[in-house]
Design a protein around this ligand. Sequence first.
Ligand code: HAM
Length: 430
Amino acid sequence: MKIKSSRGVKDILPQEIDKWHWVENKAHKIFSLYGFKEIRIPIFESTNLFQRGIGDTTDIVQKEMYTFEDKSGEQITLRPEGTAGVVRSYVEHKLYNPPSLVKVFYIGPMFRYERPQAGRFRQFYQIGVEAMGSPSPSVDAEVMIMLMDFFSALGLKDHCLEINSLGCPECRPQHREILKTAIKGQLENLCENCNNRYERNPLRVLDCKNKTCSEIAKDLPKTAEHLCDVCSDNFKQVQSLLTDVQVPWKLNPILVRGLDYYGRTAFEVKSGSLGAQDAICGGGRYDYLVEKFEGPATPCFGFALGLERLISLVPFDQMESIAQHPDLYLVCLGEAAQTLGFKLANELRRKGIFVERDSEGASMKSQMRKADKSKARFALILGDNEIRDEKYVLKLMEDGSQEEIDTSKEYLGILVQRLNPQTVSETTHG
Ligand code: HAM
């Protein structure tokens, strides 16, 4: 019986992985310019963490978690997102000591039992960022600027940063009541989901995807219209800081996010090239989650982006230039050449050269075809004649030009230099 992969998951194949590494390396580089360091958190955690962290009434907790009992009877969940785990780690390891702004990022798989469709998976990868320990709106702006810098560095176009403010425990209850009163008169026109949300989480009615609901939502009272003075001032500062550094943004008054921990700034980056699942990234401020897990008061700001969606948007012409191809393809003809070639490949790799070789003893024609297909920069041809004459032929694949490498004296250094001048200077000077 052939076993296939489960619904909603996918393999990332060797021919795609260069793109992933390239994007991930860019993230490492750009995030480190802002002082962010990687954190690696577990893929599963106690179910409780997500129920309390993300919120009992959210779709994620109610319908989408992969939860099971382990052999000791503990309720375990495969992480549907990274923020709750980072907060758990922050409290558990007292990262708040000494007090400072803790800046971390993570890259890894998340799991949600959603209905799979283009751009929506049950296992998907996120790059997440959390800045923990400052209430300053300049941190909100700085993290969003870092994200937009990252997108620019990837050559992304056609994306838009949408921001909103969800208010704070001061102003939110008031807005909630006003909103509930407005919704009450519309309940019979709203979908079943919104009727359920009315009591538990009326804010989510604002961003319901149902057509009738979204029409009604246009006239419902928005959070940004009911902010207290502090929230209002904060939100203005975030906007002007973004504008100051020419990061374009758009106010989206119905942006509310699907996780319960947010307050004040919330944002999403959407792409016009993605179809229905158009959010590349989402995040915002969560000032009370650390306290909820018995840590000290720690205002935080963060985001996570979906790597599958992001990678599908990175322009292909840039990808060609980042693909990893061999520096050298060793073409070995005959048994003696195979033995020599095996050792030579090994020596060159130890000097940092990417070498491919044929292990099947194929014909010259077939090996040259393989060299061509591998997109190696050079081919080195070793046959009985070359070994006897102590002269290997080094061929530049691009134009077919050839050079003889004299193997009667020490030649490895010369060869390495031809193949990769940078490596030789590193090995001789380092
Ligand atoms: P989120 O909006 O649930 O936020 O997810 C962030 C991003 O992950 C989405 O914008 C999307 O690109 C991607 N994503 C989500 N679900 C799927 C899926 N089923 N398939 C493919 N991609 C998906 C969070 O997860 C928060 N923890 C973000 C955050 C960090 N807020 C503060 N810090």
